[in-house]
Design a protein around this ligand. Structure first.
Ligand SMILES: [Zn+2]
Length: 69
């Protein structure tokens, strides 16, 4: 199951969470599987985003996250 990692500022897709690791894909077929914590600069707005393992494992479906708040 994959989950999307999006820019905290502009919602641009930065990568995909898959099996506890982060899958980053760039142009020209360059792909990376990285561990946590991971950082990435958004290609759209240049915001530096950081993703920690703890946060990755607590990503929940949208409706469930709303219900707990
Ligand atoms: Zn952005």
């Amino acid at each position: 199951m994959e989950k999307e990692w999006r820019c905290s500022r502009c919602e641009k897709l930065l990568g995909l969470l898959r099996d506890g690791r982060l899958h980053l894909r760039f142009s020209r077929g360059h792909e990376y599987l990285v561990g946590f914590p991971a950082t990435s600069v958004c290609r759209g707005c240049r915001t530096l985003n950081e993703l920690n393992e703890a946060k990755a494992t607590t990503v929940a479906p949208v409706n469930q996250a709303v219900a707990t708040r």
